[in-house]
Design a protein around this ligand. Structure first.
Ligand code: GSH
Length: 304
């Protein structure tokens, strides 16, 4: 990692620690996940609701066992730079599935926050999602951008939803890269030309709508013979589910893809996925994509 990016990640992790020390209020940090940080285990006192009674001490002056923090509470949360879109959902779902403590740092892409030097130091492509893990490899902070790379990182870190042996990860990687290079970009373009382009260009709408249709068909065929994309539930499914959630916007009728529909409903019903989809960023609901200021930020970007 280049020095500047490394330093920024470390600074960011440290500054968030200072911020948390200044205020234990979840709201003061922006949106906070429904994960372990915001809903601490009932058996342990939460940071924001300290026990009123004086903590009992052992002979050595340490808090008694029952009052020590759980291992999860001792871990500094991962910072998730996030906006509620299919790419953002991938990471909130994975963090929820892995029960990793995390804090959401909203990046309002409609206001251009993705271009701030602090964010670019973590995500040089001016795109969210990105994460800073204060407990990276070797116990040192690390930042990761690109949703596929983040999913693989978290899968390797936790040993969950990304198998470790030589054979099984091949299928996971195939479907993950299929999403990153195919479903995501094609669905993004379909969405753009159908809903955001200043003029309705029939050729572009048809091309990208057809391509999403083809890709949904590929998934449907795969899922006819497999419960999940790579056999067992994995980061490949996590990468795809948000795009299928928006099927209608891309001109697709899920009922025409029965195996895909079965898969989507099974994933949507998972408690972690429900928690991730329930994260609300108020500012995001207020964005007006017709607002010329928003359009100037998001569309027509060139090299800077
Ligand atoms: N390949 C990237 C794509 C991320 C992406 O396109 N993010 C969009 C929102 S879904 C974004 O941050 N857009 C900001 C902009 O267009 O300036 C990834 O998978 O992480």
């Amino acid at each position: 990692m280049p020095r500047s990016r490394w330093t920024a990640a470390v600074k960011s992790a440290k500054s968030s620690k200072r911020k948390r020390a200044r205020s234990n209020s979840a709201k003061s940090e922006g949106a906070v996940s429904k994960g372990a940080k915001s809903t601490p285990s009932k058996s342990t006192p939460s940071k924001s609701t300290p026990s009123k009674s004086t903590p009992s001490k052992s002979k050595r002056g340490e808090p008694e066992r029952a009052e020590r923090k759980s291992p999860l509470e001792r871990i500094s949360p991962i910072e998730l730079y996030y906006w509620p879109t299919p790419n953002g959902w991938k990471i909130s779902i994975m963090l929820e599935e892995c029960r990793l403590p995390y804090v959401v740092r909203p990046i309002d892409i409609s206001k251009g926050e993705q271009f701030s030097p602090q964010f670019l130091a973590i995500s040089p492509n001016n795109r969210m999602p990105a994460i800073v893990d204060p407990n990276g490899p070797g116990g040192r902070p690390i930042s990761v951008f690109e949703s596929g790379a983040i999913l693989q990182y978290l899968g390797r870190k936790t040993g969950q939803f990304y198998p470790r042996d030589e054979r099984a990860p091949v299928a996971v990687d195939e479907w993950l890269f299929w999403q990153m290079g195919g479903l995501g970009p094609m669905a993004g373009q379909a969405n753009h030309f159908r809903l955001y382009a200043p003029e309705q260009i029939a050729y572009a709408i048809e091309r990208y709508t057809n391509e999403v249709n083809r890709l949904f068909g590929v998934m449907n065929t795969r899922l006819a013979g497999s419960e999940f994309l790579a056999g067992r539930y994995s980061i490949a499914d996590i990468a795809c589910v948000g795009w299928v959630r928006l099927a209608e916007r891309m001109g697709q009728e899920l009922a025409l893809f029965p195996h895909l529909k079965r898969w989507f409903e099974a994933i949507r019903a998972r408690p972690a996925v429900k928690r991730a989809f329930a994260i609300r960023i108020e500012a995001a609901s207020a964005v007006d994509m017709k607002d010329p200021k928003v359009r100037a930020v998001l569309f027509g970007q060139t090299a800077r």
